[in-house]
Structures are given as structure tokens and as C-alpha cells.
Design a protein around this ligand. Structure first.
Ligand code: NOJ
Length: 460
């Protein structure tokens, strides 16, 4: 099995999940600093914000250990590393004064990566929204898209001489729905459906203005994208009816479901909100967000569509050709997180997305959590990760063979890290991190990935 010659093999991370140094060198607070350090049980659910009351204050201490971490990345052989910038490390209050030490940190990291032959891929926003901006209304503040764009400009002016690949937002769906509608993650709001649409509109506009600034201020010919998590579906069989049914399901918003992909990707890539979704929400959909001026800002031309994919639902066509969700077997294979192992999403979702949006696809995240530990022999044996990656990558190759331009695969994650509300319990890394000692150990999967990368997928 051989992948295209320029296929990008890499790994990903996010600032809050690995950096630590949360209160150092002038960094301002983000909503995640506040959320994780609030250990009072939630007054509504009675549950603590984070499992085990963990927090990201130290995390993997990557802020101090980035050199060692880049050396490990080089050893694994990754060609690309996707990481996010901490907005409040760069602009402590979210707007206004710039913190030179924050800029210095990312400059050093970028230089270290380039010296190791690793291409940096920057995500501008991976959920750690500035607390100061939350206090003035967060994404519901009318100026927030512009404030985000100002931050983007600072980052682009500082780093785009060396960084070619840029993504505006990571999984805006999760940030808005879990954080602002379900009230589970920072900033723990529970807004009405109507208010949720204003927030969605605002963050999509922030993306649009952000893209404009990147293009305007970039110091080289950059590649710009976004890293959402489209809801994933795959067909029960390869029969054309099942394939069509799964594709239709992937782009349907005919029930009140904010996770429906078209609420996010249609405005971003086609310039309109989905008609079926508008109908489903009726008077809860604020018609004023459906205005052509704003949609023109949201609908910027992109160079690639990043996608985070982990698990998906199986769909088949009923006897009228309509999509129905099916459980293809009793008892799925499951990761430690209990997420179903559904490799076929990595063949079908790129196909479906490319058919609809016609953009090259970059897998910006894919991976699994396992209960890894360091064995008596000093190694970390994670055969299930190897098997998972092998299954998903083989499926991805089929999408490429069927003509989809897939630019690369960035596995989640380069190292074990802080898994949001689940704290340190879930281990997603190619590198094991002992959080007590900060000792790093490359897992068997890291060595295996090295062979895959060296052979450009031939050994899959
Ligand atoms: C999605 C998120 O972008 C990332 O931050 C998270 O750790 C992984 N998926 C795994 O849940």
C-alpha cells in the first residue's frame, strides 16, 4: 500500500492540553484555567467539573520541555506537527497588549520544529478562550469576531514568515454545544437554541474575518483551513444505495440537532445555512443571522478542510432508499473511552465531504485512548493503538484510491495529555507521559508509526 508521495504524516496536540505553565511569564487566564481550577461541584448536577479534580496547570509541562518533545517527535519521524496557540499567552486579556514572552515561546517552538525537519501546523483557537473576554459576553459580544481577527493578525505577523499551514478553529461544534448549550465544558453556559445560533454565527464570522486577516498579513503563500468535527457516518455495505443513504444522512439537518454538519460547514463552505435545519428550528432560528453580508464574510475560500474523526454511526438504505441508522453488530470494539471503533468513517467521510464541498481533506485528528502504562521491561505496549491506526489508515487509503485528495493524517495525539473534563485518565498519545515525573516514553505505536512514515504507508 503506497500513499501519494507528498502525503503528510504527522501528529497533533493543543495548548491547554500539554503546555502547563498556566500562570507563568505573563499568560492571562482562559476559561479553561477557571473551569479546571474551580473544584466546587456543579450546583445543578452535583458533579465536579473535571474527573479527579485534575487541571491543566502543569499538564505535560511542554512549555518548559518543548525541546525534549520535539526531539521525540523527530525520533518518531513525524513530518508535521499540529499544535494550537494559547490566545492568552500571546494576548493576556484577549485584546490589547501583546505578551512578548508568549511570542518568544512559540517562536522557539517553531524554530525547534523547523530545525528538526518538522512542518508546523498552527491552530489558532482550540477552546481556551480568554476569561477577560468571557466576562464581557464571550462569543455573544458583537465585537468578538473582530477581536478574534485582531489576535489572528498578531499571530500571523509574528509566525507566518516560517509557518505555512494555518487553521482558524478546532471543533467549534464542541466548544459551542458542549460549552455553551449543554453547560458541561468551559464556560459552562446553558443558552437557549435561539441564543446558540447567535453564538454559532459569531464564531463562524470570527473564522471568516480570521481567514481574511491571515491572507492579508501572511508573509508567504500560506495554506488556510479549519479543523471541525463533522458528525461521521459510514454505509452498512458498499452497495450504492447504502453509500448514498450514509452520504445523505451526513448532510441532513431535519431534526433539532446542532451537531448536524451542515449547520457548520454549509455556511463556511457554501455560504448558506441549511434549509431543512431552519425549518426544523422554526421560530428558534433567528432570521437576522441569515443575511448575505455576514454569510459572505463566513464563506471564505479555503485551501483545505481539516477534519477530526474518531467514531461514527452505521447507515443503510431502507426499502425506499431512505437512511436508517443500524447497529451492525452486537457489542462494538471499543476504546478505553468506550468510543466505537469504526474505521470505515475514514474512507467514507472524506468521500462524502469532498463530493459536497470539493476541498482537499486533511485528517487533523484521529486516534484513541487506551489504559497504557510502562511495563516492567520499560516499554509501553499498546497493540490496540497499532491495530486501530492500521485499520483507519487502510480505509483512508481507499478514499485516496477513489480519487479524494487527502493531504495527510495527523494522529491525536503526539503525547498523552489533559483530556478536558476527563482529566488525565484517558491516554491518547504516541508518547506515554508519567505525570508525576514528567518522564516520556515512546510507545510501541510510536515506533510502529515511524516504520509507516518511513515506508510512506507501504508497510500498512
Ligand atoms: C477532539 C479535540 O480536538 C481534542 O482536544 C481532544 O483531546 C480529542 N478530540 C479527544 O477527545
Amino acid at each position: 500500500m503506497k500513499f501519494p508521495n507528498n502525503f503528510v504524516w504527522g501528529a497533533a496536540s493543543a495548548a491547554y492540553q500539554i503546555e502547563g505553565a498556566s500562570f507563568e511569564d505573563g499568560k492571562g487566564l482562559s476559561i479553561w484555567d477557571v473551569h479546571t481550577n474551580d473544584t466546587h461541584p456543579d450546583p445543578i448536577t452535583g458533579i465536579s467539573n473535571i474527573k479527579n479534580n485534575d487541571n491543566g496547570n502543569i499538564a505535560c509541562d511542554h512549555y518548559h520541555r518543548y525541546r525534549e518533545d520535539v526531539a521525540l517527535m523527530k525520533k518518531i519521524g513525524i513530518k508535521a506537527y499540529r499544535f494550537s496557540l494559547s490566545w492568552t499567552r500571546i494576548i493576556p486579556d484577549g485584546q490589547g497588549a501583546v505578551n512578548q514572552k508568549g511570542i518568544d515561546f512559540y517562536n522557539n517552538l517553531i524554530d525547534e520544529l523547523l530545525a528538526a525537519g518538522i512542518e508546523p501546523y498552527i491552530t489558532l483557537f482550540h477552546w481556551d478562550f480568554p476569561q477577560k473576554l468571557q466576562e464581557i459576553g464571550g462569543w455573544s459580544h458583537p465585537d468578538m469576531p473582530r477581536i478574534f481577527a485582531d489576535y489572528v493578525q498578531v499571530a500571523v505577523e509574528a509566525f507566518s514568515d516560517r509557518v505555512k499551514y494555518w487553521m482558524t478553529l478546532n471543533e467549534p461544534q464542541c466548544h459551542i454545544i458542549v460549552g455553551h448549550v449543554d453547560g458541561k465544558c468551559a464556560p459552562k453556559l446553558r443558552v437557549s437554541p435561539k441564543e446558540a445560533f447567535y453564538l454559532i454565527h459569531s464564531i463562524l464570522k470570527a473564522h471568516g474575518l480570521g481567514v481574511q486577516r491571515i491572507r492579508q498579513y501572511a508573509k508567504q503563500n500560506v495554506q488556510v483551513g479549519i479543523a471541525p468535527n463533522p458528525s461521521a457516518f459510514y454505509p452498512y455495505s458498499d452497495n450504492p444505495d447504502d453509500q448514498l443513504a450514509a452520504q445523505e444522512k451526513a448532510f441532513t439537518a431535519d431534526s433539532r440537532n446542532l451537531w448536524a454538519t451542515t449547520w457548520w460547514l454549509d455556511p463556511l463552505l457554501l455560504g448558506h445555512y441549511p434549509e431543512d435545519g431552519i425549518e426544523a428550528y422554526g421560530s428558534d432560528f433567528p432570521q437576522e443571522i441569515n443575511n448575505p453580508e455576514d454569510l459572505a464574510i463566513i464563506n471564505q475560500s479555503l485551501d483545505f478542510l481539516g477534519c477530526n474523526f474518531y467514531t461514527g454511526a452505521c447507515v443503510r438504505a431502507d426499502n425506499k432508499g431512505m437512511p436508517v441508522i443500524v447497529d451492525p453488530k452486537i457489542g462494538y470494539d471499543r476504546t478505553a473511552f468506550k468510543w466505537e471503533v469504526t474505521p470505515r468513517i475514514l474512507q467514507y467521510m472524506p468521500i462524502f465531504l469532498y463530493n459536497r464541498y470539493h476541498l482537499p481533506i486533511l485528517i487533523t485528528e484521529n486516534g484513541l485512548s487506551l489504559s497504557d502504562w510502562v511495563s516492567l521491561d520499560g516499554k509501553v505496549h499498546d497493540p490496540n493503538r497499532i491495530d486501530y491506526m492500521q485499520r483507519y489508515l487502510r480505509e483512508l487509503k481507499k478514499a485516496i484510491d477513489r480519487g479524494v485528495p487527502v493531504l495527510g493524517y495527523l494522529t491525536w495525539s503526539i503525547m498523552d495529555n489533559f483530556e478536558w473534563n476527563d482529566g488525565y485518565g484517558e491516554r491518547f498519545g504516541l508518547i506515554h507521559v508519567d505525570y508525576g515525573t514528567q518522564k516520556r516514553t515512546i510507545k510501541d505505536s510510536g515506533y510502529w508509526y515511524n516504520k509507516i512514515i518511513e515506508s510512506n504507508g507501504k508497510s500498512l
